[in-house]
Design a protein around this ligand. Sequence first.
Ligand code: GCU
Length: 611
Amino acid sequence: MNANHLWLSQFADCLPEHLATPMDVALAELAAFPDLPVALRLQEDLGDQWRWEQSGTMEQLTGGMTGLLYGTYARIFAHLARQPMPSGVQSPAYPLRMLNCWDNLSGNVERGYAGRSLFFENGALAYDPARIRMLARLLASCSVNVLCINNVNVIQEAQRLMEDLLPDVAELAALFRPFGIRLMLSCDFALPVRHGLSTADPLDPQVQKFWNDRAEKVWHAVPDLVGFVVKADSEHRPGPFTYGRTHADGANMLARAVKPFGGTIVWRAFVYNCQQDWRDTMTDRPKAAYDTYMPLDGSFDDNVILQIKNGPFDFQVREPVSPALLSMQHTHLAMELQLTQEYTGQQIDIFSMPPMWEEIFHDLSPARICSIAAVANIGRDSCIVGHPFAAVNLYGYGCIAWNPCTKPEEIIDTWCTLTYPSLCPEKHDLLKNLLLRSRRVYEKYTAPLSLCWMVVPSIHYGPSPEGYEFTPWGTFNRADRNAVGVDRTSKGTGYVLQYPAPLRDLYENPRTCPDVLLLFFHRMRYDTILSDGRTLIQRIYDDHFEGYEEVEAMEQDLYQLAPLLPPEDREQVCSRIILQKANAREWRDVVNTFFHRLSGIEDVHNRKIYD
Ligand code: GCU
């Protein structure tokens, strides 16, 4: 990996090795920009905060230890992008800006599309310190300050991170520390059982003692560890339900064990019945998080954060905001986003996420959550994120973690300037517009009107209209010859009732429900006339045809841009757009054919749909 590929393209190639503090890193970064007359003034109590002032030709940056680092990156970025510096004290919206890596000790990355793990190989820690420093630098430059290094699905061998591999974890933590980044570990709720105890019951004193001792050992090795991430009672992971306990019982037991060390428990709320009988139309998976956690609101300890995915399903291309995020009043909440493009093109198809996040924060007041997390999209590939343009999602995530109101246009514009500074204004705009529209294009050819889950099971790339239909995962569209979708209104599963007004009323009524969410909330006949005068089936056909055509247009734009990109990026981008086009074609033809066969309704424009 080389800085020249990402948004630090104009920075010094590498930093000196033995930098001890974030302020040292800040000074080292500034050294490469001698034209910037910036003096740093440390004011410890400011923490992450910073303030920039100018007097005459001199500039002063005042900040806490990490604040100086963030202010320095902001200053250099403003200089490179020729943007003004903000005035007044700058502070992050969220103190914990977390990145969750789903890396296994084997080196494999669950849902990873950027190569193997940057941290692990063959059951042990194995990394190139220079790459880790580079990663740390990238993350710090966009304000990410917490990194969970191992997969939430903690399989047996990963427990070693809390045992014999702890000294290695401590060494890795030391590499990140000068960049203001602290580590977390995912932990296995059943760890006491794996150590010979007969139970992992959170109310059992022996289990509590086990965790107290374990926490002491872990924090002894890594004193500034942020805490543990826990996936419990989710997709076959062990959890408190086995012992008839609640998730508050489970989370609080761990929280009390880590509290003496200032630790935090990040408890994931991804709990649903993954063994549902498809014949059962009463159980509705999106209702699960709210049903499980609302009754517990107010019963979690202070050092527990409930981490809830942005939508109620699972990182689909389009979902409404999770009602649990909107409704829980007395629990510390974190929203979990997914940068790795599991359902969103797998870093083959271009999918720039900032426009999607803006929509989420339209419905979710940023103040409802106290932290933010994202599943990482990084790996050992030369450009670290698989597709060079996927870096905009990592960079953009850092931007919104600092300030969730940052506009997508601003994020993408700055990223393009920093990453490809030599593009002329016309080509810069071509790239920016391509990225800005990429999510909408992907949505059209894969999941228009929120027609999600028509994806190849398990790998989650490519179309399979009934792939998830008769499975136990609670992911149904129930398409028949007349209609498609699940009725989640008050007359159906009642999911919509989990929303506070006015969203509840908006979604309840198909006439006010935004088109893009129609089939999430409503079961609709194919001949229903939508707000734009077209029938539902015609919209399905049209969006798939248009989505493909828009990929063709993106391809043309890319061919104009390609000669101007660095050779490695050019090669990656050009080879992937061919795959994206093939993918879009497949989606168009498979999904249109599926609905054409079912409904027998012709496309009004008589385009080619297979029989
Ligand atoms: C999805 C994903 C899994 C992952 C899970 C989670 O279901 O497919 O690979 O483990 O989310 O968020 O825990």
